[in-house]
Design a protein around this ligand. Sequence first.
Ligand SMILES: [Ca+2]
Length: 269
Amino acid sequence: MKTENNSLWNLITIFAFVAISHGAQATQPVISTFETDLECWTVDRGQFGWSATQGDPGGCLLASNAPAPAYALAVAPAKFHGDWTSFNGRGTLSYSHKIFSIGGGTTFTFAPYLITISGPGGLATWTNGTPTSITEWTTVSAPITSSAWRLTSGSWSGLLSNVTNLLIQIEQVGNVPANAPADVSGIDNVMLIILATNAPLVSLDIEHAVQVSWSSETDHVYQVQWRSELNTNVWFNLASPVQVNGSTNTVCDSTEGRARRLYRLLTLH
Ligand SMILES: [Ca+2]
């Protein structure tokens, strides 16, 4: 059925919010893009290594480990450690994840995406969404707010005051029997960043595509992301990161065959 432009407003619900750092008072983003090496990331079990070309884009961390029920965890380097207090309520920890192969065997047990942070002040775990097969690069995003995490020891404020261990589950598939061919997964674009909702949105226009525009600050790189459902924290990159090219920047996304999408804008650096 051909849809008139005006009725698209009835079919498409658009939300947009803008991420912009808070100037001199901002907590600096912490980012791993694995462009040249593993950036001191490790994986707690199984095989792991760096790929120069299979990332989102460029390099990424790859891991391969078959036995269930253990799921391999990527271990963040020291640059992600420290006082996360200023991220509380306005920060996000996100990463790109891809299942390249689910491996072999007779039973495949998929686990939800999982992040654990811990330190002298406590331990908390975040989970959301469970893949069911191989995936494309998928953005997984966890808000740094207490209601989104399961605190198993200590206090939220005490934990955030000194995070000494960040674990991101890289293996999403458990294989039985244990000697089955291993699954292969990757992680890229790990970002601990500030999200803010108070930056001005210049315009949001819909014709046959959604046009998302925003006011930009010089020397910043932006990434527009989208998701299709309101009740999931799985975000996808829309095109590549945008280096600012003026006071207003625009990214378009086709509406063809899409009932509803939610957009957001991140400041990468
Ligand atoms: Ca990369």
